[in-house]
Design a binder for this molecule. Structure first.
Ligand SMILES: [Zn+2]
Length: 428
């Protein structure tokens, strides 16, 4: 058998021995400890490097990326000032402006191995400028990156003029998912109605749901339970994601225990966003300051599927970032106390297999014979080392074609005999 591509000596996540991976016609054709007899057009010896399916960014805002400082920088650093600055920037959005920034951010993400992105798009705009631009982007990048778009009501469904109609129009234009923002509506009752509306719209259009939910430190913000209850009512199990859920950090343990069980029962996914969560939450605290991130470790233990998003890349809420999901995973490891040896393996799942469940792409995701040959080669041998080093993504493949390459950086220390002038590998 002549393959198109043979990867030699690859480490797979949670597998001790090395394997060879064969690709034919854009699909994984064989994954085995030794394909010594096989030949291929291209052979790549990865020398024990970790090979994983593509990273997934389960939550980002591509309409806002790379706008930091426009029209002004966030001086308090808070979520609310961020929303204010965004509302000042929104009137100047143009089709080309949104497209160029989104394409640039996608380029950053793909270069670092993220080939699936779920982006929320602010639809609180009578012209839906950002949405129309991102619908085009979704098609233009299809060869290298699968983009899912969520109709996201940044200023509320009930608290914004024509909020309901804008959500409906967004779905008619071709959004993949229905969003919501219950904790931001003016009243508790309106928040509950926000969730109900999202579910009714999702059923009408037969779409999945991903709401920003309880993104606050307020322990009385309890809309995630409404999402779980509606999921059971509508029979939408596995199709619903609650994003952020930072209030969960501040719930008393008795309530959190009840909620975790309910989320598991309803098979609601939770997406945490370590960069934005830790920067934006805890802002009303003096000391001690809360970390303000969902209870990732406890959710996983309760059987809830959890994934991560980058959320912001240089926007009014989070000025930094370079679209690296591995860096987001490392931060989650710190914030959620997941530094136990086995827990570190689970952290890699948050940006790979767990996230594939959130995006519901499991049928075509993973390094298995018969699936599309989408994968990346990390310049590290294991999840442990990947999370420690945040290494270069040496090769990124989609459908068996190389879509990005990175050369690892090289450091050399000189002028001290004891330190010998060789390349530093950061290895023990
Ligand atoms: Zn968000």
């Amino acid at each position: 058998m002549q393959y198109d591509l043979l990867l030699r000596h690859a480490h797979l996540h949670r597998r001790a021995d090395l394997v060879d991976i064969a690709v034919k016609d854009g699909m994984f054709a064989a994954v085995a400890p030794d394909l010594a007899q096989a030949t291929a057009v291209r052979e790549l010896d990865v020398e024990g490097c970790l090979v994983v399916p593509p990273f997934i960014d389960a939550h980002v805002h591509l309409d806002a990326v790379l706008t930091v400082g426009q029209p002004r920088y966030n001086t308090t650093g808070t979520l609310l000032e961020g929303i204010q600055i965004w509302s000042e920037r929104k009137p100047s959005l143009t089709h080309e402006d949104v497209k160029q920034r989104a394409l640039e951010a996608i380029r950053w993400e793909v270069a670092q191995g993220t080939l699936y992105i779920r982006s929320h798009v602010d639809v609180c705009d009578p012209n839906l400028t950002a949405l129309r631009a991102l619908l085009e982007v979704r098609e233009e990048v299809r060869d290298i990156c699968e983009l899912q778009l969520v109709a996201f009501p940044q200023d509320g469904i009930l608290s914004f003029p024509n909020g309901r109609e804008l959500m409906r129009t967004a779905m008619e234009l071709g959004c993949d998912l229905v969003g919501g923002i219950p904790h931001y509506e003016w009243t508790r009752d309106m928040g509950v109605e926000d969730v109900h509306y999202a579910f009714a719209l999702a059923q009408e259009f037969q779409r999945d749901i991903d709401c920003h939910c309880d993104e606050t430190d307020d322990p009385h913000s309890r809309f995630t339970e409404v999402m779980a209850a509606d999921t059971l009512t509508y029979g939408w199990q596995g199709r619903v994601t609650a994003s952020h859920c930072t209030a969960m950090h501040s719930y008393d343990n008795a309530y959190a225990f009840k909620l975790l069980r309910l989320l598991a029962r309803a098979q609601v996914n939770v997406v945490a966003n370590p960069f934005d969560n830790v920067v934006l939450q805890g802002r009303f605290d003096t000391y001690p300051k809360r970390r303000g991130i969902a209870r990732v470790k406890e959710l996983l233990a309760a059987g809830v599927n959890v994934a991560l998003g980058h959320d912001s890349i240089m926007d009014p809420w989070f000025p930094l970032g370079r679209g690296d999901m591995l860096a987001a995973a490392q931060l989650a490891l710190f914030l959620c106390h997941m530094s136990g040896y086995e827990e570190m393996s689970e952290v890699l799942d948050l940006i790979t297999s767990n996230a594939a469940k959130v995006l519901r792409v499991q049928d075509r995701y993973g390094i298995d014979e018969g699936k599309p040959a989408d994968f990346l080669v990390l310049d590290a041998p294991s999840a442990f080392e990947a999370l420690r080093l945040i290494p270069a993504r040496l090769h990124v493949f989609k459908d068996g074609r190389e879509v990005a390459t990175t050369l690892p950086a090289k450091s050399i220390v000189r002028r001290a005999a004891a330190l010998d002038g060789q390349v530093v590998h950061f290895r023990r």
